[in-house]
Structure formats: structure tokens, C-alpha cells
Design a binder for this molecule. Structure first.
Ligand code: ZN
Length: 259
């Protein structure tokens, strides 16, 4: 029987019978996996805390018949502060759902680090939920291979002013090029393709680029005016959902809470 030590985040816990827990984990070495933790539901069990939802733990796993069993689980970080606000609870749940949806058995260390940083920032209250959410979303998309290219205008290389972000194409155009194209479409009778377009102010675009290229440890270290934050967060959410081709139940809940 082979045992392996991994570090991982507990995304989901399902109680099984009287005393067991079935876990969904996102781990550093095995990516997204399921693991059975025998006896972990019992408060007195030494695996109890380390197999709690939202806990980042060190696990000793053994593999038997293509299934993982948790031999030991020791909590490294519990992100306890998440529970102190409804925003934190809702956004934490969204982060977990995104990880479960995009994770595979191919480990993606940046995805894990990003998620841990996001949970930490929320839990410690060092960043607002809106900032954590927007930066998380665009960075997840980038890590998964959908990195947008919005450093300059896609057509003329302009770098200043308001931009029009084409979510489907992952590029942006300056005001002038966008208007030119609009006029062209008006004069051409043929039906033109549909586009999802979001306006980005200079501040919103800077924050977007920062969230794509910054070191993950510093990803939430920026300041942004409310108006720019609003444009950034709308674009970032739309971008991730479009490229993942799906919505999230937990995101609907978060948005409801925010309203
Ligand atoms: Zn241009």
C-alpha cells in the first residue's frame, strides 16, 4: 500500500454513515481528488479538524483500489474569519465551487496558491470581497489558458483612454477603433457577429492587467476608485463565465447577497 503526503484545501465534505466523511480536495500534488476519511466525523477523531470544509491541511493518503483514504489530516489554516461576514461566506463558497469545476487530476499549483491567497485576504479582512472576487476571476481564466491581451488596442496599439473589452475574443480596442468598426458595421448590410463588450476605464484596465500579471502573493495589493472597480468586476465576472461556458450557483447567491 502506497502512501503519499499532500497539502490540500477541503472543498466539500459529505457525511457518510455515522462517522465517516467523503472529501473533495484540491491538492498540490494530485490536483482535484475525492478521499474517504474514516471516523473523521467524530469530534474526538484526530482527523476531525483537518477534514473540515475550507480547511487547508496536510494529508497522508493511501490509495486502495483506485480510491484515496485519509490516514491523517492536520489543519494548517482554517480561514476562520471567512465566517464573520455574509460576503465572506458567499465568496468563499464561490471560490470552492470554481475550484471543483475547473480542477483536474493535473495539479495546477498557481490555482491552489491563488485560492489560498483569496481565502486568506477575505478571512483576514485585508481586501474587500469585490476586489478579491474580480482579481480571482480574471487570474483563474488566465491560469486556465484564457489570458486576455489588453495591454494595448488590438488594432492600433493605443495605450491610453477608455477601452472596449471584447470578452469573447479576449482583446480590447480603443475608443476610436471601436467607433470605426461600428460605423463599418452600420454601412455593411450583412449581419455582423455578436460580441459581448464591456467598457474599461483606464483604472479598470490597469487593475485587470495587474491582476493578470502580478505575483500571486501581491495580487490584491492595489487601490482602485469605486467606479473603476465596478467596471473591472463586471468585466472580470463576464470573462470567466464566458470562457468556462457555465454559471455557478454560489455566484448567483453572492450576487444576491450583494444586492
Ligand atoms: Zn485603436
Amino acid at each position: 500500500m502506497k502512501s503519499v503526503e499532500v497539502k490540500g484545501l477541503v472543498l466539500r465534505v459529505v457525511d457518510v454513515g455515522e462517522s465517516d466523511r467523503m472529501l473533495t480536495l484540491y491538492t498540490d500534488k494530485l490536483g482535484l481528488i475525492g478521499a474517504m476519511a474514516k471516523g473523521a466525523k467524530k469530534i474526538t477523531n484526530k482527523k476531525n479538524t483537518g477534514t473540515t470544509e475550507y480547511c487547508y491541511s496536510t494529508f497522508i493518503l493511501v490509495e486502495r483500489n483506485d480510491k484515496y483514504y485519509v490516514n491523517d489530516a492536520e489543519c494548517i489554516e482554517l480561514f476562520f474569519g471567512l465566517r464573520s461576514s455574509i460576503d465572506g461566506i458567499a465568496l468563499g463558497a464561490y471560490i470552492m465551487e470554481v475550484l471543483s469545476a475547473v480542477g483536474t487530476t493535473d495539479p495546477e499549483p498557481d490555482l491552489l496558491r491563488l485560492s489560498l491567497n483569496a481565502l486568506y485576504a477575505l478571512s483576514e479582512g485585508v481586501s474587500t470581497a469585490e476586489k478579491v472576487k474580480a482579481s480571482f476571476e480574471i487570474r483563474v481564466a488566465s491560469i486556465l489558458g484564457f489570458m486576455p491581451d489588453i495591454l494595448s488596442c488590438h488594432d492600433c496599439d493605443e495605450r491610453e483612454g477608455d477601452f472596449y473589452f471584447d470578452v469573447m475574443a479576449g482583446v480590447a480596442e480603443c475608443r476610436e477603433c471601436y467607433r470605426k468598426k461600428e460605423r463599418r458595421h452600420e454601412t455593411v448590410s450583412e449581419e455582423h457577429e455578436s460580441h459581448i463588450v464591456y467598457i474599461l476605464s483606464p483604472g479598470a484596465r490597469t487593475a485587470l492587467n495587474y491582476s493578470i500579471y502580478s505575483p500571486i502573493e501581491r495580487i490584491f495589493s492595489y487601490n482602485l476608485a469605486d467606479e473603476d472597480m465596478h467596471l473591472f468586476s463586471r468585466a472580470s465576472e463576464a470573462y470567466l463565465l464566458h470562457h468556462l461556458e457555465r454559471g455557478f450557483r454560489t455566484l448567483d447567491f453572492y450576487n444576491e447577497v450583494k444586492r
